[in-house]
Every structure is written in structure tokens, then in C-alpha cells.
Design a protein around this ligand. Structure first.
Ligand code: NAD
Length: 497
């Protein structure tokens, strides 16, 4: 069995009370790793290592090029270990091997982007603020300080990189806390980082319960910023706790995104797109298109095509490259999803396909589609986070937009149409951080990603994303040399006798 320890101040160590927990392969049920379970005292140590490293300037004081060089060493290590990381991600999280391979590739690609960003000088000159010879005004960007990075279980390595990349590029020191369900690749990352020139204490990786070490990270006064991805419920707790010393926060939370198919859409393409939007990674994606809105004119044709294609999806062992639907992450999530299916039936929705466990072991759930759904039903309002899609009929674009926006969430959405102008008009009215037109899930390092409403606060990626890990500082350089010409000369300062 693999064994992983905490990574604090550049050293691997057991937790103070020697506690450990096990990682279990959700498909085979096999225990694959024994991982140290940090407690409050270990968390305090990790925070103080990060604090010391930040205050010493060992990282923020390096030229951006040098920070970029060291971040690039991690990129190279990820690439050299891609096969192993992919295999571990599959076994730890139940991700299909295809999705895990993509995640590892994209993690390295994103981190590479941030290695280059590290040398970017973001300083802006506010031109035209005053007349020439009066003043110059600069905005400089500086690291926030010590950042606690708290990640969920659905994209373990990728989410860790999405936070480490901008935080490190900006010059911060960090404590990364992965989800307990899927900590293995973050622990591997600690090993890879320990083989680079990263100064001690800049990156600390601790594993354990969110309610214990996550809470300590958020409450600890030596932490300046929390970057969190996870559920809206935990996001709200973090917001409350972070107020103790007014920490900066970014929250990337849940969603119930609408994927709208207009009556002029390419039917085959939008059926494929709807399946991809809803069932990628067994539906365990925050931005997933889990509410499918279909125009009444094409509804029957669309639905029968959707059912036929879904029933041909291959469910099974995530290690098999031809499988597109693997297990959900654990028994708790399996029971949660199955309960939502039960609720949907009780609410009066009708199962078009799926609805049952696939096989009798391995935590797999058939891709499930509900029709006859009203947007007021629980299955249309709450994030299920499993392979369950609800389909709602609409009569015109206004109604589609109204249904799409009738949600506490606002993370993402899709529009499928043969008319770009019409699709754009719908996209403009959707209250979400991302809208894909004739596409889904596609993200870019250079485009901001994040939520409106209860889907979160702040953005990842793009210049917006890196600035979440920076403080803006205005520097005013006055150029009026004669004191009697200063604007305040006649207001407060006593005149010369
Ligand atoms: P979760 O909220 O249960 O846990 C997320 C992380 O927070 C874990 O590391 C957990 O240990 C930690 N945590 C739990 N309680 C805490 C507390 N009181 N204080 C501090 N940390 C605490 O989420 P999950 O079940 O791991 O992931 C699924 C959720 O994540 C879904 O809601 C999904 O939509 C969301 N998600 C959002 C995005 C996004 O970018 N918006 C991306 C991926 C996942």
C-alpha cells in the first residue's frame, strides 16, 4: 500500500497524533493508500512555515523569472510522471482513464502558463489622471501573503494546480489542503515539489478533515487569503469564518447550469453536446449542463435521439479506455445521487432512461434522464453532482432565459443554435460566469472562470484570476516641486508668517 505523509516546511512528517486514513478505489473497493491525517497542531505548523517563508521574502523577493523557472520544474516533473499520476487519479477518484489523462495533461499545461505569468510585470500607469508635470500614478500588484488553498474531490490534481499556479506565480506562500476523498495526487505533487528548487516553507501540503484542518486554516490569523473550490454550503461557512480577520476569499462553488437547445440547432451535434455537458466525469462537474432546456418544436425528436445515444454509452471499469462512465467517487455520493433519483420519481418526473445502479458492485449509476420536469422540482433546483440530467421544455427564447436564470446558482450554461446572433442574444441574458455557444466545458487559462450568485465569489484564470492572489497598490508620485503650488497649500497648512 502507498504511504503518504504531510509536507510541512519542505519536510515529510507524520501528524502529531500519528493518525492516518485510507484512500479506497471506488471501483474495486481496494484500499490503495495510507495517508497522514493532520490535526489542528499540524495545521498551525504548516501555517507558521508558510508565514515565515513569506515574511523572509525567500519567494516573493525572487525575480519573477526565477519563480517561473522553479514553477516550470514542477511542470516538467508532472509531465515526466504523467502516466503514474493518471493511474493514481483513476484509482483514487474513479475518474475514467481518459478523463484522468486529460486532467494531468491540462494540469501541466496550466501550470506552464502560470510559470510564464510569474515574470509578467502587472504594473499599470494610470494615464491622464492629472495634467503633465502634476503627478504620475502607478498601480503595482503585490502578493497577498499566506494563502490557504482548499480543493474538492472531483478534479483533484487539476484543482490543486488551478490554485497553486496563480498563488505561486504572484509570489505568495501556500498551504494546500486537498479533499480527504481524493488526496493521493496532491501527495504525489508534494513529492515532486520536494525534488525541485522550491524554497522550504513556500508550499506546504496537508491532508485531513475539512471540518478540522480546513476550519483551522480559515480561522488562523496568519493566513491572509483563502482560495476555495467546493460546495456552496461549505463556501458560506468559509465566508463566515474568514471574517474573523477579514481574510481575502475566492469561492468557486456549486452550479445547476442550464444548457439551452434552440429550435434552429444542429440536432445531432446538440444531442452529443448535451450528453457531454451532463455526463462528463459521471456528472461530477460543477459547471455541468445538468438542466437541459429544449425547444418544444424539436423536443420529441431530440429526446428520442438523446435516449438512443445515452443507452449506447459504455459504463464500467474506469481503467478501460473505451469506458466513458465509471463509478461515482464513494458510497456517500452514490447514496446521495440514488436518493435524488428517488426524489425525482416522487416529485412526479418521469425517467426517460437509467435510474438504477449499473451492475451490483463498483458504485456505478446508469446515466439517468428525467423528463416531465418542472423547474420548481428539487431535482431541477439542487446540485445532484452525479449522472442525472433533467430536461425541461420551453416555447420561446424569453421563456428559456427565464428558466435558465431561475436558480440560486450562476456558474455556467450553454446555448445551441444555428444562428450566432440569436445565440448571443440569449447568452447575453444568462446570469452566469461562462456561456458556451455550440460547445461545453471548454476552458482556457486566459479566460476567467467563476460564478454569479451563489456559485461563488471571484474568478480563476485570466488576468482576473491571478489578481485574486494579489493586492493592488496605488503609488502617487507628485511632480509639483513648488510647495506654494500644492492644491492643499491654502486649506489646512498654516501660512508662513
Ligand atoms: P466540499 O465543499 O464538501 O469540500 C471541498 C473542500 O472543502 C474539501 O477539501 C473539504 O475537506 C473542505 N472543507 C469541508 N468543510 C470545511 C470547512 N468547514 N472549512 C474549510 N474547509 C472545509 O465539496 P466537495 O464535495 O469536495 O466537492 C464538490 C463540490 O465542489 C460541488 O458543489 C461542486 O460544484 C464544487 N466544485 C466547484 C467548482 C468551481 O470551480 N466552481 C469546481 C469543482 C467543484
Amino acid at each position: 500500500m502507498l504511504k503518504y505523509r504531510l509536507f510541512i516546511n519542505g519536510e515529510f512528517c507524520e501528524s502529531d497524533d500519528k493518525k492516518t486514513f485510507k484512500s479506497t478505489d471506488p471501483f474495486s473497493g481496494e484500499e490503495i493508500a495510507e495517508i497522514s491525517e493532520a490535526g489542528v497542531s499540524d495545521t498551525v505548523k504548516a501555517v507558521s512555515a508558510a508565514r515565515k517563508a513569506f515574511d523572509s521574502g525567500v519567494w516573493s523577493g525572487l525575480p519573477g523569472e526565477e519563480r517561473g523557472r522553479i514553477i516550470k520544474q514542477i511542470v516538467d516533473k508532472i509531465n515526466e510522471n504523467a502516466e503514474k499520476l493518471t493511474e493514481l487519479e483513476v484509482r483514487d477518484s474513479g475518474s475514467t482513464v481518459r478523463k484522468a489523462g486529460e486532467d494531468v495533461f491540462l494540469s501541466a499545461k496550466s501550470l506552464n502558463y502560470f510559470s510564464k505569468i510569474a515574470s509578467t510585470d502587472f504594473t499599470e500607469n494610470i494615464a491622464g489622471l492629472s495634467k503633465e508635470g502634476v503627478s504620475r500614478n502607478l498601480v503595482k500588484y503585490e502578493p497577498v501573503g499566506v494563502c490557504a488553498l482548499i480543493t474538492p474531490w472531483n478534479f483533484p490534481l487539476k484543482m490543486a494546480i488551478w490554485k497553486l499556479g496563480p498563488a505561486l506565480a504572484a509570489g505568495n506562500t501556500v498551504i494546500l489542503k486537498p479533499a480527504m476523498e481524493t488526496s493521493v495526487t496532491a501527495c504525489e505533487l508534494a513529492r515532486l515539489i520536494s525534488e525541485t528548487d522550491m524554497p522550504k516553507g513556500v508550499v506546504n501540503i496537508i491532508t485531513g478533515k475539512g471540518s478540522v484542518i480546513g476550519t483551522e486554516l480559515v480561522n488562523n490569523p496568519d493566513v491572509d487569503k483563502v482560495g476555495f473550490t467546493g460546495s456552496t454550503e461549505v463556501g458560506k461557512t468559509i465566508m463566515q469564518n474568514a471574517s474573523s480577520n477579514l481574510k481575502k476569499i475566492t469561492l468557486e462553488c456549486g452550479g445547476k447550469s442550464a444548457n439551452i437547445v434552440l429550435d434552429d440547432a444542429d440536432i445531432e451535434m446538440s444531442i452529443d453536446g448535451a450528453i457531454y455537458a451532463a455526463f462528463y466525469h459521471q456528472g461530477q462537474c460543477c459547471e455541468g449542463g445538468t438542466r437541459l432546456l429544449v425547444h418544444e418544436k424539436i423536443f420529441d425528436r431530440f429526446i428520442s435521439g438523446l435516449k438512443a445515444k445515452i443507452e449506447r454509452m459504455k459504463i464500467g471499469d474506469p481503467k478501460d479506455k473505451s469506458v466513458t462512465v465509471g463509478p461515482v467517487v464513494n458510497k456517500y455520493q452514490f447514496d446521495t445521487v440514488m436518493n435524488y433519483i428517488k426524489t425525482g420519481i416522487e416529485e412526479g418526473a418521469e425517467i426517460l432512461t437509467g435510474g438504477k445502479q449499473f451492475g451490483d458492485s463498483g458504485l456505478m449509476i446508469e446515466p439517468t434522464v428525467f423528463v416531465n420536469v418542472d423547474n420548481k422540482m428539487k431535482i431541477a433546483r439542487e446540485e445532484i453532482f452525479g449522472p442525472v440530467l433533467v430536461v425541461i421544455k420551453f416555447k420561446d427564447d424569453d421563456e428559456a432565459v427565464a428558466i435558465a436564470n431561475d436558480s440560486i446558482y450562476g456558474l455556467a450554461g450553454g446555448v445551441w443554435s444555428g444562428n450566432d446572433e440569436r445565440a448571443m442574444a440569449v447568452a447575453d441574458r444568462m446570469r452566469t460566469g461562462t456561456v458556451w455557444i455550440n460547445e461545453y466545458h471548454l476552458m482556457s487559462d486566459r479566460a476567467p472562470f467563476g460564478g454569479y450568485k451563489q456559485s461563488g465569489i471571484g474568478r480563476e484564470f485570466g488576468s482576473e484570476g491571478i489578481k485574486e492572489y494579489m493586492e493592488a497598490k496605488h503609488i502617487h508620485i507628485d511632480e509639483i516641486k513648488d510647495r506654494t503650488k500644492k492644491p492643499w497649500y491654502r486649506t489646512v497648512v498654516p501660512k508662513d508668517l
